[in-house]
Design a protein around this ligand. Structure first.
Ligand code: 1CP
Length: 350
């Protein structure tokens, strides 16, 4: 089995830095757009054969070192009675704004609500047959609450921040329910065969450190502790969070996913003995010419310098308009990088 991704998550030595890309299945791939013309997004997520097909599409083009099950962070919220549509982002039928709404949410077991996710994970494991490990995922409670309270994706998410300061106990009550739901959800995916899991805190960066600790980090700590006995690596991705990285280590995840704003070399210097890091090429860098993409990829690998515990990735999800040639340039830069080359290049410069 190709296990360099799992080895890097555990900070073990690897033959080369593993690479996968957040949102690697999706709209930048012509074959995904073709699939989406035939089926709507929810049907795609809820039909195991089709979800596996979408998951495998990027792997047929690129030699990525991990695959991530095709789904969405919002789907398991059906377990709490939330109804939504996608266009393309999630839109809630009824935003959650009051204490009474939070109290009315009762939690159903994930195995009943999203059995198709477990089925897709098992099917994917069989299809891959060890070619790459399978990553399961969930949204972090704070990020999920941002969508639930706002009702849709919106820069700023003013409504959840207002609730945080006006009615902190209501938000904490919602976060508690989401924490239990997501622990159950990750356990379901791991039981079905997921070999690592990622918790996406895409909106944690809206918070200053004290609020991050109370409303984002605390729930994630509980989820990490709640799946620890299952023995798979946990990745905690904190978007827009250079000011939160030092606190985020306390989640006790195996890997911290860095957004593109963090200087990865300096972050390794400071915290590399405590956690592995994933990232963090700016997703907009993929709009440069291929040679520039390769140079920027190499710069990140140089900054890490081959230290164990690095999973190469973007600093946020790949964008729909991204050219395929840029992904190819990133992949070959990762494949051809060696510390020895670095030394030779330095010698040449001298
Ligand atoms: O029209 C379409 O085809 C739907 C577009 C789409 C896709 C391809 C959505 C709606 N979700 C997804 C798949 C998805 N979402 C995956 C699996 C693909 C892969 O990684 O290979 C994953 C891991 C997610 C996770 C997700 N959904 C996040 C966390 C990651 C991140 O980028 O921060 C978030 C914030 C969402 C919400 C969401 N779902 C869809 C969209 C367009 C959005 C963003 C909405 C917004 O702007 O706030």
């Amino acid at each position: 089995m190709n296990d360099r991704f799992l080895r890097a998550c555990r900070r073990q030595p690897v033959d080369r830095t593993p690479l996968w890309i957040m949102r690697q299945a999706g709209r930048y791939l012509p074959e995904y757009r073709e699939l989406r013309q035939r089926v709507d997004f929810l049907t795609l997520c809820k039909t195991p054969d089709l979800a596996v097909e979408a998951t495998l599409q990027p792997l047929r083009r690129f030699p990525f070192d991990a695959s991530i099950i095709f789904s969405d962070i919002m789907l398991p919220l059906e377990a709490l009675g939330c109804r939504m549509t996608f266009n393309p982002g999630p839109k809630l039928a009824e935003p959650v704004r009051t204490r009474a709404q939070v109290e009315a949410m009762t939690l159903r077991p994930m195995a009943e609500v999203v059995p198709y996710v477990g089925e897709a994970v098992s099917l994917l494991r069989r299809e891959l047959d060890g070619k790459t490990p399978v990553i399961g995922f969930c949204g972090a409670p704070f990020t999920l609450s941002a969508y639930l309270v706002q009702g849709e994706g919106k820069e700023g998410f003013g409504k959840v921040k207002a609730m945080l300061f006006r009615e902190p106990a209501t938000l904490e009550h919602l976060l508690d329910k989401l924490t239990m739901a997501m622990t159950d959800y990750l356990r379901l995916q791991i039981a079905a065969g997921a070999q690592a899991v990622q918790i996406f805190d895409s909106w944690a960066g809206l918070l200053a450190e004290p609020e991050f600790r109370r409303f984002a980090l605390e729930p994630v700590k509980r989820i990490v502790a709640g799946v620890r006995d299952l023995g798979v690596p946990v990745i905690y991705f904190v978007n827009a969070g250079p000011h939160l990285v030092d606190a985020a280590v306390e989640a006790e995840s195996d890997v911290l996913g860095l957004c593109w704003r963090s200087p990865i070399g300096a972050t390794f210097d400071r915290l590399g003995s405590r956690v592995a890091f994933q990232g963090n090429l700016d997703c907009h860098a993929l709009f440069a010419e291929p040679a520039e993409v390769a140079a920027r990829t190499t710069a990140i690998l140089d900054a890490v310098g081959g230290r164990p515990g690095h999973v190469m990735n973007l600093g946020h999800g790949i964008l729909p308009e991204t050219p395929i040639a840029s992904v190819e340039a990133m992949v070959s830069a990762v494949q051809s990088w060696t510390p020895r080359e670095l030394a030779a290049a330095a010698e040449e410069r001298a």
